[in-house]
Structures are given as C-alpha cells and as structure tokens.
Design a protein around this ligand. Structure first.
Ligand code: AMP
Ligand code: GLY
Length: 416
C-alpha cells in the first residue's frame, strides 16, 4: 500500500522509519518531510497548515492511508476533509482534536468527568484574570487557551510574573490562541508522557516516556519543544501505569465518546506525578516529539496494523507488542535555540554513527549533496539498550560523532 505522512520533524522521521519496515508498505510520500525523511519517502513541499494544498496532494497521489502527525492540521480538520473525499486517515477528527486545541475544553471535560488535574479558572479579559491571580497568589500557571507552539505556558513564581504573562496573552503575544487564558494551580512532581492508541472505544497504552523540556541541564532555562526523551520512564511503575489507565486514560477516552466526539488516533496524556497521585498537565491529540523518537524503536507490531485497527474500531483484536529494554533520544539543537538561530550550516559526521545508533532528523535539509541545518531542533540521536544506562551511553556516543557550528544538547537526558 501507499502512504502519505503529514509533517516534517523528528517525530515524523521516526514514524516513517517504522512504516518503511512494514512489508505492507510500497511507497511513502511525506509533506513536507526533511533531509533525513528524504532517504525513506518522497518529500513534497506542502506546508502542514496548507489544508487545500494537502487535499490536492491526496487527490493527485491517492494514498491508501494518510497519517496526520502534527497538531495544526488535526485542529484544522484535515482528517474530516480527507474522509469527506473518501480517503482513509489516521488521527482524530476536528471535534476530538479540540482536546489539545483548546485547553479550556480539556479542563472543562476533566472537571465534568472527575479526571484528576490542577484546579483552574478560565478568563476572557485581563481585568478579571489579574484579580484572580492576586487572590490566588503565586506560584501559579498561566496558559494561552489555543495552540501556541508549546510557548503559551508560563509557570509564574511571583504574582507580578503571572500578571505580566496574562497581560501578554491578552495583548496578542500568542495571536488568537491567547484571547482566552486558563489559570491553574501549580503542580509539583516529575512529568511523564503516556500515549494511548485508541479507536474511540478500545485502548492500548504504550510504555510511558519522559520528555526533557527546559533547554539546559538540570532543567534550567526556557522551555523548548523537547531536548530529549527516554522510554520507558523509570518513574512510572507498572502499578502507577494501572492507576493512570483506570483514573485518567480510560475515563478520558470514554468521556470523549459520551460527548459525541469519539477520539480515534493517539491520545497523548501529559502527566505530573504529584504526591497525591498522577494528574493531567495537558492532553495532546497526537504523538509527542521527541518522545516518539524514543518510543517507536521499541514497537514490535506493524504500525500499519495499529493504524488500521484504530480506524476500523478493531483495536481489541490486536495485541500490540513492545521490545524489552530502554530507548534514549538526545536532541542536538541549533545555537541560540529556543531563541533565534542560524540555518543552513553543514552537518558533519552522520556517516560515522555506529550501526545501532539512529539519527532521526528534525530541522535538516539536503543541499548540493550536503546535509544542512534547517530548524531549531536539528537531530534526535537515538539508541536502544538492554538498560537505561546502556541506551543513554550509546546515544551520547552517537552525539560525539556528529557536529555542526553552534550545536548544543543536554548532557543529562534520562538522568534527571
Ligand atoms: P503544557 O504546554 O500544558 O504541556 O505546559 C508546558 C509545561 O509547563 C509542562 O510540561 C509543565 O512542565 C509546565 N506546566 C504546565 N501546567 C502546569 C501546572 N499546572 N503546574 C506546574 N507546571 C505546569
Ligand atoms: N513533547 C511535547 C510535545 O510533543 O508536545
């Protein structure tokens, strides 16, 4: 069969790496793809937010199945539009993707169905937000309601910082995404990402992963899209996973169905493991990045079979199997990221990577036969090991082989 994959980051490279190993797959197109994906799929330069362009691409290529990986096209209803034209698509429809696209929707759903999360209030104007912040005190968390490239959240240590964040959101710092603001109680504890494949009714949980969002070692500095990940996370015991399934994942999938918004695809549950139990930080309507790079090498089952079962409502008849051991992914980023950075720098050493280390490409492009940087997060150097230590050591050995001007990475992925 022929597949179309929407997206062009490290997550999509990992998914395509896996899909290309399926005996069922003949051909993969990717829009827009990147320099690494180009070795496995035909990359077509259509942006993930160009819904008309993506639909025209589907009409031209007639893929047997389209995987919509990023949040924006899901929130914009690409899956609905593809289905309306008779194409099979993997990913939630617009009315279910809202669980990520609107934080206030997600919070209201959790309140209604008693799913554990931080206490919160929703505001549409700066004046009432300021009043609430002053009453509650700090620390407190300010969130733009809509999709803001992971930048719409401020964990404020002081009331002044919180008011400034709310004012910035209402002042248009995140465009329309900040016209509504969610203000939350600050939770404390380690974080974990749990992905659940679901057909809307049945569910299958993947091993929990851990992302590392702050840019510097020791979880210091501003948040990024994610500087590395390990899977499974040692912080989530099998017993805790059961609590997460029973009190959070199953109630959420069931709530979405009850609300007439059946969720088909991958539900990403971002959790904080607090002293009073796991609580939801956020839901996403898709695979996480970079957690997927650490998760996918552990997946034994054919991903095509999983996607088909989610689409057909037959996930209960499929056993999803995982390899033993641990996988670690270390992100190499452009100098300056998550702030401003230069693109177009040559990447050296990819050919020197040990055979069992994978470089999942994120912001890369090919130019004149060379691989160059083309984004903030450039590569996810990934390795599997029998133990966490072995996976981490192998991944960092891989990082030592690769270089580009200004490259930076965390040295404590999986250790914190
Ligand atoms: P989000 O985009 O909602 O995942 O938030 C980004 C990051 O902000 C999370 O990964 C957490 O580290 C932090 N965060 C979000 N909500 C809270 C909260 N209620 N309490 C403490 N930290 C939070
Ligand atoms: N790893 C965070 C995200 O994908 O949103």
């Amino acid at each position: 069969m022929n597949l179309l994959v929407i997206g062009g980051g490290g997550r999509e490279h990992a998914l395509i790496w896996k899909l290309s190993q399926s005996r069922k797959v003949d051909k993969i197109w990717c829009a827009p793809g990147n320099g690494g994906i180009a070795a496995l799929a035909e990359c077509i330069p259509v942006k993930t937010t160009d819904i008309a362009g993506l639909l025209a691409l589907a009409e031209e290529k007639h893929p047997d199945l389209t995987l919509v990986a990023p949040d924006d096209p899901l929130a914009m209803g690409l899956v609905d539009e593809l289905e309306a034209r008779g194409f099979r698509a993997f990913g939630p429809r617009k009315n279910a993707a809202v669980i990520e696209a609107s934080k206030s929707f997600a919070k209201d759903l959790m309140r209604k169905y008693h799913i554990p999360t931080a206490r919160y209030a929703v505001f549409d104007d700066a004046e009432s937000a300021r009043k609430y912040i002053t009453e509650q005190g700090a620390p407190i968390v300010i969130k733009a309601d809509g999709l803001a490239l992971g930048k719409g959240v401020t964990v404020a240590r002081t009331v002044e910082e919180a008011i400034a964040a709310a004012d910035a959101a209402f002042g248009g710092a995140f465009g329309n995404a900040g016209a509504r603001v969610v203000i939350e109680e600050c939770m404390v504890g380690p974080e974990a990402s749990v992905f659940c494949f679901t057909d809307g009714t049945h569910m299958s949980l993947a091993p929990a992963a851990q992302d590392h969002k702050p840019v510097y070692d020791g979880n210091r500095g501003p948040n990024t899209g994610g500087m590395g990940a390990v899977c499974p996370s040692g912080k989530v015991t099998p017993e805790l996973m059961e609590v997460i399934r029973e009190t959070i994942v199953a109630p959420t999938v069931n709530a979405m169905r009850t609300e007439g918004r059946p969720f088909q695809g991958v539900l990403y549950v971002g959790l904080m493991l607090t002293a009073t139990g796991p609580r939801v930080v956020e839901f996403n309507a898709r695979f996480g990045d970079p957690e997927t790079q650490a998760l996918i090498p552990l997946l034994k089952t054919d991903l095509v079979d999983i996607m088909n079962a989610c689409i057909e409502g037959t996930l209960d008849r499929l056993t999803i199997e995982w390899h033993d051991g641990t996988c670690a992914c270390v992100v190499m980023a452009s100098g300056g990221y998550p702030g401003a950075y230069t693109k177009g720098l040559q990447i050296h050493g990819l050919g020197k990577l040990p055979r069992d280390v994978i470089a999942f490409h994120a912001g890369t492009a090919r130019k004149d036969g060379k691989m160059i940087t083309a984004g903030g997060r450039v590569l996810g150097i990934t390795a599997r090991g029998a133990t966490l230590d072995e996976a981490i050591d192998k991944a960092y050995a891989g990082v030592q082989c690769v270089s580009f001007d200004g490259a930076h990475y965390r040295t404590d992925i999986g250790r914190i």
